[in-house]
Ligand binder design. Structure first.
Ligand SMILES: NC(=O)c1ccc[n+]([C@@H]2O[C@H](COP(=O)([O-])OP(=O)(O)OC[C@H]3O[C@@H](n4cnc5c(N)ncnc54)[C@H](OP(=O)(O)O)[C@@H]3O)[C@@H](O)[C@H]2O)c1
Length: 323
């Protein structure tokens, strides 16, 4: 199997690096300064207790397809279509992303689509560099055919990942896990805007409660944090890496890199969309979605929104009824 990792950032870089270290053929797909750094100097991978440079082949354009290719898509959700468009449509695609919209978007274009639920604390702020904070395993990855089921390929990929430093399993209900993960990711925008300011816990609870209410009303099954913790056990703990500070998760990193976009439309925006479809007000998610997008557009630094201001906006929106 040749693993072609499209979007070799925090998640894609870690998955690609671990598979490469596990003896698999890997091709990293990147762009801009990150691609130039990978091409000229390889991927610098930092983990708790190690730092190494891996000379993994990299490209910034599609390569001639092979029968044994698998595309691992690890861009942010807002980049899914642009990143996948140039690739041949008969190749299987694994969506190693948060949110629940990517699989549907990709299935419109590609015949064989797999969802992957990604628990993998990683950081990518500098071109050519990725830090994987999970220890002793780098992450927990559930994979399954979209919309459901397990086939030979998903089992093969799970087996390769399990031998390459991950807790990995093929599961017939991958989207249930991804909806459960989505509920946790509703806090990403909050962390990006106000970091861990004292008092954020109550907003975390409110944003999650809205998400849960909407999924319940829509009859969408979702995994619970308890199920996740039981599977993960102590196999993937977020550990510090000397000399590298992980300021926050993937949305925080989008603001820290002034990337100009953020994933909020596919995280909080998913709950807002479902809320509108099912007639459930979602003022907390609406405000977080709007403010995260504004911060990304205006390239404002992460953590610079005073929590009092954010809370006031949410209370105002709650009082006026969600739009
Ligand atoms: N980071 C985490 O800890 C974490 C954990 C669990 C799940 N996730 C999820 O995993 C997914 C990926 O997140 P991430 O944090 O790994 O993002 P990331 O670090 O920003 O990596 C994504 C990479 O994709 C590249 N990219 C975007 N469009 C491209 C294109 N058309 N061609 C080539 N490369 C392209 C980006 O390049 P540019 O920098 O030029 O945009 C970036 O290098 C998201 O859905 C996220 O929510 C992240």
């Amino acid at each position: 199997m040749r693993y072609i990792v499209i979007g070799a950032g925090a998640v894609g870089g870690t998955i690609g690096a671990r598979l490469f270290q596990g003896g698999h053929e890997v091709l990293l797909v990147a762009r801009g300064a990150h691609y130039e750094a990978l091409r000229s100097g390889g991927l610098r991978l930092f983990t708790p207790g190690s730092a190494e440079t891996l000379t993994i082949p990299a490209t910034d354009t599609p390569v001639p397809p092979r029968d044994d290719d698998v595309l691992i898509l690890a861009t942010k959700s807002q980049d899914t279509i642009t990143a996948l468009d140039p690739w041949p449509r008969h190749v299987p695609v694994v969506c190693a992303q948060n949110g629940v919209e990517n699989e549907r978007t990709v299935l419109r274009r590609f015949g064989r689509v797999y969802g992957m639920c990604v628990w993998l604390p990683a950081l990518h702020l500098e071109p050519g560099t990725v830090a994987a904070h999970g220890h002793p395993r780098s992450g927990m990855l559930h994979i399954g055919r979209y919309p459901q089921g397990v086939d030979e390929l998903s089992q093969q990929i799970a087996a390769d990942l399990a031998k390459s430093g991950f807790v990995a399993l093929a599961t017939p209900d991958v989207m249930r896990w991804k909806y459960g993960k989505l509920l946790g990711n509703l806090g990403n925008a909050l962390e990006a805007l106000s970091e861990r300011a004292p008092g954020t816990e109550s907003l975390h609870e409110r944003v999650r409660a809205e998400g849960t209410a909407v999924l319940e009303e829509a009859g969408i099954p979702y995994s619970t944090p308890r199920e996740e913790r039981e599977l993960r056990g102590r196999q993937v703990e977020l550990m510090p890496i000397e000399g590298i500070e992980r300021g926050g998760g993937s949305s925080w990193q989008s603001l820290a890199r002034s990337s100009g976009s953020i994933e909020a439309d596919y995280l909080n925006g998913e709950i807002v969309l479902l809320g509108r479809e099912y007639g459930i007000p979602t003022p907390v998610n609406e405000v977080l979605q709007a403010e995260a997008n504004r911060f990304a557009r205006e390239q404002l630094p992460p953590g610079s929104m005073p929590l009092e201001r954010l809370t006031a906006l949410i209370d105002e929106r709650s009082a006026s009824g969600s739009r």
